[in-house]
Ligand binder design. Sequence first.
Ligand code: SF4
Ligand code: SF4
Length: 135
Amino acid sequence: MASKDFSCTRCGNCCTGIKIQFVEKDLDLWVSKDRSDILENVLLGVQKKGSIFFITAAEYYAKETAGGDVILGAAGWYDSESDSRLAQCPFLKVGKDGEANCKIYSIRPQACRNFPLKQVDKGVSDRKIKQCPAL
Ligand code: SF4
Ligand code: SF4
């Protein structure tokens, strides 16, 4: 599908009930922008000397040294207060008109930038893509 055929209705379906896979580029961007408010909503799985531990990205990047660590992955928005995954993105704001707005639009994750056209181009057809009314 060509990009010109796509017009987002801002329904917000793609911002709820989804486990976003964050990439290094996202983390680097938020660190460079000093956005600990975003980083604290990301839980990292980290391997250090053979053991695996979980830590928020805000805590991880605030540490003095990360030498020898391997970040294994970071998926889904996380709430440190309740120590749970969030079903809805904490940066989604639905206006009175019902339109979804992204509070971090200019620095949103790569996965959000790619949805849905890049996935469609790659031949992906998952539940969220099927629910996108703009396709
Ligand atoms: S599901 Fe589709 S139409 Fe709805 S906000 Fe996401 S990209 Fe836009
Ligand atoms: S970062 Fe923005 S585009 Fe991505 S899920 Fe959250 S509100 Fe939606």
